[in-house]
Design a protein around this ligand. Sequence first.
Ligand code: PEP
Length: 239
Amino acid sequence: MRRRIIAGNWKMNMTKEEAKLFVAEFLPLVESDCEIVLCVPFTDVHRVWKLTRGSSVKVGAQNVAWADKGAFTGEISAEMLKEVGAEYVIIGHSERRAYFGETDETVNMRLKQALKYGLKPIVCVGETLDQREAGKTEEVLAAQIEKGLDGVSGDVILAYEPIWAIGTGKTATPETADETIRFIRARAEKTLGETSILYGGSMNAANAQSLLDMPQIDGGLIGGASLKPKDFATIVNCR
Ligand code: PEP
């Protein structure tokens, strides 16, 4: 089902105390009834869940193991995440792909595991600047979708995150984002059926409305601006 979802990705930011201050400032500013998610570091999941309980804000993690349990040093299982309050999980973020060897195959395994445990996955896809300039955007996205979603059905949220726009201050124009998401939707919905697709990449308080106004863009995945309560609230409260 397509719906407005605004998800923050805190990445490796926010100590216990910083998370507490964020939530205290952010919650009273929320005026929207859209789906709001904070994807926080593992160590913040339980705390943020407790602090937001009873509000419309839900908590997510930024990765999930592909196995139930066992010898996977450094990984966190879906069951562990659910136990501490996570409802959502980001899978295949470009930073995981670039720095930690994540591939479309491991994305697919993590995605199946998230769905098996009832976590709502937010699966990221996106092209590099070189790939866009070489006219390969559609080819790259098609492969990420085909391999990443292989054998998957259910409620999967997708995020189109052009890598050249993440953390760079260089946002895709609303038209480019919309056109690319139209392509992603046509491919992904063959497997998933109607799906919410978010845009991510330097979305901020000033440009969010123009992106969210586009017909193909259902919501946003927000990094930097999700660390600032007022800015994130402005995005959440967009029409
Ligand atoms: C992200 O990391 O998913 C992201 C979109 O980051 P930023 O908003 O900082 O570009």
